[in-house]
Ligand binder design. Structure first.
Ligand code: AP5
Length: 215
């Protein structure tokens, strides 16, 4: 049975940073809904152009579009043993759809690490984030700087600041998270799947705690 791990946490909590390492250590595929939208935007697909208007406002892309996209991704062969879901589900309807999809794939949500970080820290993290243009590797000007300013250590591509990391959009994203996504914390707690992780620790400490929790 496939092992699917859902990473929950507000924007800037460190989901993408940790999903990258977890995927490496566990061999499970890393599925980031935000990355898939950004790849589609780069390729100017219909999905990317549609998603852009929501992302730039800090709003969620509609459930039907997002669910269809994740359904397609989960159906690919590299997800048959399971996956690390980063940024999905984000609404109760998405959580319900995920259960159905996994049931069809003979899998289930194995655990839900919730990376908890106070809002003041989130803003500092997002304002200092730099992302790699080619593959989405994540850096921070203070907490995880690249060896060469503006260049990705992994693939040498340019680092850029995400459009939705502008202060006004960050504020909106955090508000949307509390309104639409935070109810999932209780949902997964009641299901006995939630594992609370202190996301204010260093990147390495969070990784150690997470690995111990999911294994
Ligand atoms: P998405 O790309 O998923 O953004 P997000 O959830 O807002 O999360 P972020 O990527 O901003 O943060 P993160 O938790 O991954 O933190 P990171 O590791 O980068 O979504 C973008 C948009 O797409 C949404 O607003 C929405 O429009 C749309 N969308 C996506 N999924 C959707 C869905 N399911 N439904 C509908 N719409 C959807 O870390 C942040 C920074 O902090 C980095 O600089 C990092 O280096 C640093 N850092 C990380 N950990 C630490 C640490 N422990 N200590 C110090 N610094 C740290």
């Amino acid at each position: 049975m496939g092992k699917y791990i859902v990473l929950l946490g507000p924007p800037g909590a460190g989901k993408g940073t940790q999903a990258e390492v977890l995927s490496e250590k566990t061999g499970l595929a890393h599925i980031s809904s935000g990355d898939i939208f950004r790849e589609n935007l780069k390729a100017q697909t219909e999905l990317g152009i549609l998603a852009q208007s929501f992302m730039n406002r800090g709003e969620l892309v509609p459930d039907d579009v997002t669910i269809a996209m994740i359904r397609e991704r989960l159906g690919r062969p590299d997800c048959s043993a399971g996956a690390i879901l980063d940024g999905f589900p984000r609404t109760p309807a998405q959580a319900e759809a995920l259960d159905k999809m996994l049931h069809e794939l003979d899998g289930k949500v194995a655990s839900v690490p919730y990376i908890s970080v106070p809002t003041s820290i989130l803003i500092e993290r997002l304002s200092g984030r730099w992302t790699c243009r080619a593959q989405g590797h994540i850096y921070h000007s203070l907490y995880n700087p690249p060896k060469i300013l503006g260049v990705c250590d992994e693939d040498g591509s340019e680092l850029y600041q995400r459009e939705d990391d502008q202060p006004a959009t960050v504020e909106r994203r955090i508000r949307v998270y509390f309104e639409q996504t935070s109810p999932l914390i209780d949902h997964y707690r009641k299901a006995g799947l939630l594992i609370e992780i202190d996301g204010t620790q260093s990147i390495e400490q969070v990784t150690t705690t997470l690995l111990a929790a999911v294994n």
